[in-house]
Design a protein around this ligand. Structure first.
Ligand SMILES: Cc1cc2nc3c(=O)[nH]c(=O)nc-3n(C[C@H](O)[C@H](O)[C@H](O)COP(=O)(O)O)c2cc1C
Length: 211
């Protein structure tokens, strides 16, 4: 199946049938998120995987009251790293030097450039906002990977981030949730959205073509 066909097939399923996504398929979807690009390659976010039905029931009750949370096979939480951003840059540069087997000092220009961009952003909150944009790229890549695997992926912003972070102990891990995604299989009987025509702007209306 081409990516275009997969994107036509997918929709944000509201009701799922509870069937389990095979382990290898789940790993491929999570790995697609890991391989998503990010600004400067900084990758300032992590993926939190929640499977336990008990934990998902608690989230549903307090933080994310949507049926997909209960009916999914797996719940993915895209969470930004809520820690000093310049320290994250230093970690990233050290990682890059190790991976590419180069002297860390050869990356000083790169390090300083990223830190200058952070200075321009001005505040920790602005950096968190920028990190969230990177996490959303990961969400888009994971959602596309799921569609290619014929797994339904329901992205959700309809949750209470602070309550969810509390329930999952994310603050202690230096993480802050920004968006969640339920993975599973559509329940075509109960989902009123199943089979509905996709509503998108037409190509000529969407792409602004300049000479
Ligand atoms: C970032 C984001 C957040 C969303 N949050 C929710 C949500 O909380 N609950 C929900 O039912 N659908 C949610 N959706 C699904 C959208 O409503 C859906 O993608 C949109 O209507 C387009 O329809 P389709 O994806 O089914 O083709 C979200 C989608 C995105 C991309």
């Amino acid at each position: 199946m081409s990516l275009t066909d997969a994107l036509h097939w997918r929709y944000a399923a509201k009701r799922l049938n509870g069937e389990q996504v095979p382990e290898e398929t789940l790993e491929r979807i999570m790995d697609a998120a890991r391989l998503a690009p990010s600004s400067f390659g900084l990758h300032p976010w992590s993926l939190v995987h929640v499977r336990s039905p008990e934990l998902r029931a608690r989230l549903h009750e307090t933080a994310a009251p949507q049926p997909q949370v209960l009916e999914c096979s797996d719940l993915l939480v895209f969470a930004v790293h809520d820690r000093d951003f310049k320290a994250q840059v230093d970690d990233h540069v050290a990682h890059m030097a190790r991976t590419r087997e180069v002297d860390e000092s050869s990356l000083d220009g790169f390090r300083n450039m990223i830190k200058a961009v952070m200075d321009q952003k001005g505040t920790h909150e602005a950096c968190l906002e920028w990190a969230a944009r990177q996490a959303y790229i990961g969400m888009g890549v994971a959602l596309s990977a799921a569609a290619l695997e014929k797994v339904d992926a329901s992205p959700m912003e309809g949750f209470y981030p602070e309550t969810l972070d509390e329930a999952l102990g994310l603050r202690d891990k230096g993480l802050k949730s920004v968006v969640i995604m339920a993975l599973g299989y559509r329940d075509t009987e109960r989902d009123q959205g199943a089979g509905r025509a996709k509503v998108r702007r037409a190509g000529e209306d969407f792409v602004v073509r300049l000479p």
